[in-house]
Ligand binder design. Structure first.
Ligand SMILES: NC(=O)c1ccc[n+]([C@@H]2O[C@H](COP(=O)([O-])OP(=O)(O)OC[C@H]3O[C@@H](n4cnc5c(N)ncnc54)[C@H](OP(=O)(O)O)[C@@H]3O)[C@@H](O)[C@H]2O)c1
Length: 323
């Protein structure tokens, strides 16, 4: 079961950060109400982030695609929904106009919209992979480019929802892991470019939380006739077993702590570059363990390997630094 959950591959910071008191208060007299755009706010993590920000008095532009979701989001105080499919440039351009017309500027962007597909890398059609990358990677790229001038103007914050799959990769979740690994590199480069402009960039890396992501993935899989393994594929049997598992994510925690991390990244005086937010120590162990394994792999079989003592000195230095 453990490995099944891990292969599902969707994804704590200790809850030492408290949103209130850690940053700029949304309704304090000295600040106008700060505005944040959250993509993919119809369900799961994005919806929770939108709710928490709105509750705390920030103004939320909540991206969604379906009319019923747009209407539901508009029911929340401090929320204005915007039709926003992150794969459609015209909708992104229209969203920029709407936010401009709002007159609040844009302080924060939360790139949350994302999808999951899983299947053998040797079998899954390129178009399916492109669909995934179009949302999880190009979507982030497009939306951030479009809103960058406003965020720079506000000296604001950019936060992307990555995943512990930005570190972990397992059987039949390679496409998703590839997309989330891309977000790690994206965050580091963007952060380096934006730092001189006083824009802070973070990535949040959730573990497994309750959301609609697995339902959407399963529906897509069925629509493809469960066809992610090609006929005669040596992976077909194994993949059939992989599909035949509980997809119901209600066993997992609601993503409240992911939203807390987003608030910290957006408004704390000293935001972090990375927030790993997992529901238990086991998931933290998978992720940190994999990072250490990679470190050991990089250090072996090369001319300039570091000794154990040198590695520990590096670790001590990193732990003493600010990130
Ligand atoms: N839940 C987890 O355990 C977990 C773990 C690690 C990372 N994550 C990441 O968290 C983020 C949110 O996922 P979730 O788990 O909350 O899943 P979710 O409930 O399925 O939410 C995904 C959101 O993305 C939206 N979306 C999908 N395609 C889109 C597109 N082309 N343009 C704009 N929006 C689009 C969905 O909108 P529609 O309703 O219109 O489809 C929905 O609002 C994703 O980036 C995911 O990879 C989740």
């Amino acid at each position: 079961m453990k490995s099944i959950v891990r292969l599902c591959g969707l994804g704590l910071m200790l809850l030492m950060f408290s949103a209130v008191g850690s940053g700029v208060l949304a309704d304090s007299g000295e600040d106008k109400q700060k505005a944040v755009l959250v993509t993919g706010a119809s369900s799961g993590i994005g919806r929770k982030i939108a709710e928490v920000l709105a509750e705390q008095g920030y103004f939320v532009y909540a991206g969604a695609r379906k009319q019923k979701d747009l209407d539901a989001l508009n029911e929340i105080d401090n929320v204005q929904s915007i039709r926003l499919d992150v794969t459609i440039q015209e909708q992104i351009d229209a969203a920029v106009e709407i936010v401009n017309e709002g007159g609040r500027g844009l302080y924060g962007l939360v790139n949350n919209a994302g999808i999951f597909i899983g299947g053998p890398l040797a079998d899954v059609d390129l178009q399916e992979f492109q669909w995934l990358m179009d949302v999880n990677v190009y979507g982030v790229y497009r939306v951030t480019q479009a809103f960058a001038p406003m965020i720079i103007d506000a000296q604001g914050r950019i936060v992307t929802i990555g995943s512990i799959s930005g570190t972990l990769s397992g059987r039949f979740s390679g496409q998703y892991s590839m997309s989330k690994h891309a977000i790690e590199a994206y965050t580091d480069s963007l952060a380096a470019e934006m730092a001189p402009l006083n824009v802070h960039v973070s990535v949040i890396e959730p573990g497994n939380y309750d959301s609609a992501i697995a339902d959407t993935a399963l529906a897509r899989l069925h629509a493809n006739n469960d066809g992610y393994a090609k006929e005669g594929s040596p992976f077909a049997e194994d993949f059939a077993r992989w599909i035949d598992r509980p997809w119901d994510r209600s066993q997992y925690k609601k993503p409240d702590e992911v939203a807390e991390a987003a608030v910290h990244a957006l408004f704390a005086d000293e935001p972090l570059r990375r927030y790993m937010v997992v529901p238990n120590k086991e998931e933290a162990g998978w992720t940190i363990g994999k990072q250490i394994e990679e470190l050991v792999q990089l250090n072996q079989w090369q001319a300039y390997s570091f000794s154990r003592e040198e590695l520990i000195a590096m670790l001590d230095k990193a732990m003493a630094g600010k990130h």
